[in-house]
Structure formats: structure tokens, C-alpha cells
Design a protein around this ligand. Sequence first.
Ligand code: GCO
Ligand code: MN
Length: 443
Amino acid sequence: MPKFRRSQNRTKVIPLPLSIGGWCLVNPGGDPFGDAVRAPTLTDGLRACRDAGITHVSFHDRDLYPDDAPQEIIDEKVDQVLRLLEDSGLKVLCFTTNLFSNPCFRSGAFSSPIPAVRQAAIVKGCRSVHAAKRLGALNIIFWGGREGTEVFEQDSGEGVRNYLLGARAVIVYAIAQGYQGTFTFEPKVYEPRFHSFAATGAAMGSGIREFFPETELAARVKINPEYPQHVAMLGLNPAIELGQLLEEDLLGPCIHFGGQPPCRMDADFAPGLGGSPTDDFHVCKLLHDATYRGFVEFDCRPLRTSASEHAIRLFARQCVAYWRQLEQKVVTFRRDPIIRALQAEIFGEPIAQLEDVLTVTMPNAAADSNVVIDAVNRLPIRTFAETAAIDTDAIEAFGYRVQQIVCGTHREGATMFCGTRWAAAQAKTADAPVESEAEEASN
Ligand code: GCO
Ligand code: MN
């Protein structure tokens, strides 16, 4: 168990490297009700990304070559992309097999109840390994868009088993072929299937533990979540899921990122649109508190109203600017004296006897029964009434202060804390006049 509290981490905020799905750059803006509204080129998209500060890009096999392409065509297309990448200076982060567009995968891919379909998925996944290697992809993603059901034609447990064992066949093959990178599963609560297998970070994490038990594989098979989209679609909070993935070492080398109105179909809006900046802030803060060094990969696209060829440039800038703003807010949060005072009060002083109990009962501690019983008996006696009397007002105040930092109103907002016990800490703040006012008031 880590001794220091990650939420109080004050290490330097090193900006995370940024990537984008190549498919986002060429998205024509069509939807199930309407035709394409733009015809963007990959060349323009890659340049726009480079200019905005995005250094990496990812591809599906199908973004580059048709599903039934012979080897010569695959090689030719991969060469073409390598040249484009040279021109733009971007590198490949992830390669992923499209196991959802081809009608052959309408009953599922790895998880299909039909053996010939499962076989097709494994063949397609294994074929991708070679392109991934040639492109220098650091990670291979498995997004199980079709891995699910509407009518429970097979036992849902069997569906999960087929899904993960099929992907496992591809992973073990990739390793046998000398692929050096990592592998990630990307869970999504639903869509396009109505009921998706292993559809949340927790469900997928549990599947990975079950189907990749070997230490060597477990170290290379992780999760790339998509925040907020793939969880907010169901009203879940990305920061809750991410905290657990980090705690359990299940987070892979990238997260997908974009914008999403809660409880709606997958929007893939540009970051900052539709969702909660506070949740986005907590996602960013969790990654930095855990000193995460992976990529933020934008998996989102301009709205259908952005039909001109210029739209992609502003879109790429928004992706980068929004993420960098979140990182700046993490810096502000860490330096904020009010936050520090609030955290000091919320977390309190450690209790040695409590630490002892947790030490002797922690995983693999294998302590003797008497040691456990003695440790529990040594816990200081305190009535529940005494515990209930502990002042917890700092918790809500913490929420207020975070809201001010997220909205950028923390300077003027500091006055709100005048006369509270947390304002005294502002004596250390030099820059903001409003804050020195608050300081005077607290003296
Ligand atoms: C979606 C997913 C996909 C995957 C991509 C990479 O909801 O459509 O996010 O975009 O990320 O297929 O495997
Ligand atoms: Mn995604």
C-alpha cells in the first residue's frame, strides 16, 4: 500500500504527450440520417495536428487498406502512410483491428457464437500484427464494438470468454512474432451492440485478471479507457473508474479523450464540449497525481456543422488547448493554499494503531491470528458520538474551491473563504490582490 497520499502529490506537472485517432481526422461528418458534409484528407489532418502540438496518431487496419486486400496492397498502403508520417513528423501510437464495420462481424467478432466468425476475427487480428510492427505502433488496441448481444443467443459468460480468449490468441501470436509493444482493451458501456461484454473498466479489469493470469502477460495487457465518452454515456463518472484502474495498475499507455453530454449516445465531441469540466479536471489530476507518463489520445471529431476544410485546424487546437488548460489547473490546485489547508484538515493526522491493523491484515501479510487480534484490541477506544463530532465541513468547502479553480475564478473566489479557518493559509500567497485582502481579513 503506498505510504503517501497520491491526492497530495506535489511533483512537477509534466505535460502529457498527445495523440489522435487517424480516423478522427478523416471523419466526413455523416451520421445515420445524413450524408457526408466534408472530405478531409489525412495529409491536412496530420499537418493540423503537428502544428497544434500532437505528436502521435493511431490507425485501424481498415483505415489503411480494405479488409480483403492482398499482401502487396497492404504493404503498399503501409508504405504510403509511412511516407505521410515522415512528411508530418508524427509517429504511430496505436494500431487496432476494425472488427466492427465488416458485415461478417454482425453477430460479434471474437465473441460471436459462430465459430467461423470467431476464426475470421482471429485471422484479421493476427494480420494486423504485421502492419503494427511495420508502422512502429507502441500499442495494439482491442475495442469490442460488436462484442455483445441483443437477445442473449449465447450464455453471456461464454460470450466474455470467447471475446477474451479470441483476443488472447492474437496477443500470444503477436508476442510469438516478436511484437514488443503493449496491448489494451477499450471498454464501452454500449453501442453499437445494445448489451456489450466486459463493458466497463471494472468488468474488463476483472476479465483481464481471469484470462491473462501470467505475470508476463498481465504486465503487457491493460485497459485504455475513453473518457468521458464511454462511461458518461451511462451517467458514470470517469474519475471514479480511472482512480481504480490506476490503483490496480490496469491503465495502459494511453487514455482516449473527448467530450460527451451525460447519458446520451457516444458523442465524440471535441474535448470541453458537452460534459463536465470538473470531471475532466479530476481525470487530468488523477493521471498527474499518479505520475502517469502515457498518452492522451483524442478520439473525437468536429461536429457535423463544421463542414469546411479549415475546421480540422481549429479542432486540433481545441483538443490540445483544453488538455493543457486542465494541466494548468492541476498546477493551480497544487499551489493553492486554501486547497492545502482543506486537505490537511480532511486527511488529519495518521493513527499509528490503525496503520498497524492495516499492515497485519493487508494482502499476503499472513499474520498470525493473535497478532491480528492484538492489533485490533490496541485501537484507541473512542465513542461513535466522538467520531460523529469530528468537523467535516472542509469536504464541501473543498468542492467549492475546486469548482473555482476549474472555472478560473479562484482569485476573486478566495474572498469567499474570508473568516474561515482555511483562509489563514493564504498568508503564503503573493500574487493575487484579492487573496491578500482575504489574508488581511483572516488575521
Ligand atoms: C468508438 C471507439 C473507437 C475505438 C477505435 C480504436 O466508440 O467508436 O472509441 O473509436 O477507440 O476503434 O480501437
Ligand atoms: Mn476510443
